[in-house]
Design a protein around this ligand. Structure first.
Ligand code: GDP
Ligand code: ZN
Length: 348
């Protein structure tokens, strides 16, 4: 299921945090009547977690209905070890009016369709769950200032493909540099690419790709992600262009992950903006998930020896053989190179 650094033990531990497997502890108030201890929560409403601030969750209830409301909620005590993140679907009880000063209570989570996790860097063992239930990842990279790094984009791509999330790429600041040499890195990958320049942001084109999806925006600080989010979602108010006077580097004042509703001519979708992510640890990405994103190559690889790495030096690799004997077309060979580059990102 998931990815991005850590080891199996951590993943197992994480799974324990899921609502379905929370261990019940001895209850010091066990002599109270059972009904008071454990309400059935049959009246729970399911809502979308929009954001988290100091233990308080913003939950959108009755989405797209006339009585849609945003409720502030705290997690029930039995969920105190459960990671609840932006994009999660939560079951909420208690006061769900959303009136000023009221507080609902989150009593459970709906099973996630995807989960994006990261560690701060490759040596950091601490895993953070970033976003739940996203089905697209929009990777923002600048043509210059800061210089684009193909390796960082590869890592985002691996993260997305491993989590079963469709990647999209936006190259900003094309008024400063021509991105074609950089973009050549991604030939062979099924990747929708948008380019954006100062004063010429392709808001409608990008917006159309957001409709009906939940899209997590990722990018290094300073690439223009907040500028883009503010253009797509008027009123989003993401802080832009803040420079840390001590380091001189871009500083993210938008420090928490939030869901924002995109509304465009052809419909609506969710933008999930993440604070600047320096790097993604990729410790336990499953190569099979990356291969699966290259459908036609995955078919050929069925003839590979067990445990084949599919890297250029892999012996008896059906993919390398197909490339050598001309079975693969030129496009197929480009796609194999792209696949091998991604596999090498975390395998080697
Ligand atoms: P973030 O850190 O990725 O959220 O980046 P910001 O949105 O704060 O943008 C960083 C800086 O880049 C700001 O000074 C923006 O005005 C500038 N910027 C954003 N998009 C463009 C662009 O397309 N061209 C140029 N030249 N500058 C841009
Ligand atoms: Zn192989």
């Amino acid at each position: 299921m998931s990815w991005l650094g850590g080891d199996d033990a951590e993943l197992d531990e994480f799974d324990e945090f899921d609502e379905s497997s929370i261990r019940t502890r001895p209850n010091p108030k066990a002599n109270r009547p059972r009904t008071k201890r454990r309400p059935a929560h049959e009246d729970a409403e399911i809502g979308r977690i929009l954001g988290v601030d100091r233990g308080r969750y913003s939950v959108l209830l009755r989405e797209d209905r006339a009585d849609e409301r945003t409720v502030t909620a705290a997690r029930a005590r039995e969920l105190r070890r459960t990671a609840i993140v932006t994009g999660d679907r939560a079951r909420v009880v208690g006061d769900t009016t959303g009136d000023e000063g009221t507080l609902g209570r989150i009593v459970g989570l709906v099973e996630r369709s995807s989960l994006l996790r990261r560690s701060a860097d490759d040596t950091d063992q601490v895993e953070r769950v970033v976003v739940a239930n996203a089905d697209q990842m929009l990777i923002v990279v600048a043509a210059a200032d800061p210089e684009p790094r193909a390796r960082l984009v590869d890592r985002y791509l691996v993260a997305a493909l491993d989590a079963g999330i469709r990647p999209l790429l936006v190259v900003t600041k094309t008024d400063l540099a021509d991105p074609s040499a950089f973009l050549a890195h991604f030939d062979g990958l099924d990747l929708t690419v948008f380019t954006s320049a100062r004063g010429e942001m392709p808001v409608d084109e990008i917006g159309a790709a957001l409709v009906g999806h939940s899209t997590v925006f990722v990018g290094h600080s300073g690439v223009g992600k907040s500028t883009l989010v503010n253009a797509l979602v008027p009123g989003a108010g993401r802080a832009t262009g803040h420079v840390n006077e001590v380091t001189g580097r871009g500083r993210h004042t938008s420090s928490s992950t939030v869901s924002l509703r995109y509304t465009g001519p052809s419909g609506s979708g969710w933008v999930i903006d993440t604070p600047g992510v320096r790097s993604f640890g990729l410790g336990h990405v499953d190569p099979a998930n990356i291969l699966a994103a290259y459908t036609e190559l995955a078919e050929i690889a069925e003839d590979c020896p067990r445990g084949c790495t599919h890297l250029p030096d892999a012996e008896d690799c059906a993919l390398n053989e197909a490339a050598a004997d001309g079975t693969l077309s030129e496009t197929g060979r480009a796609r194999l190179e792209s696949l091998q580059r991604l596999l090498a990102t975390f395998g080697g």
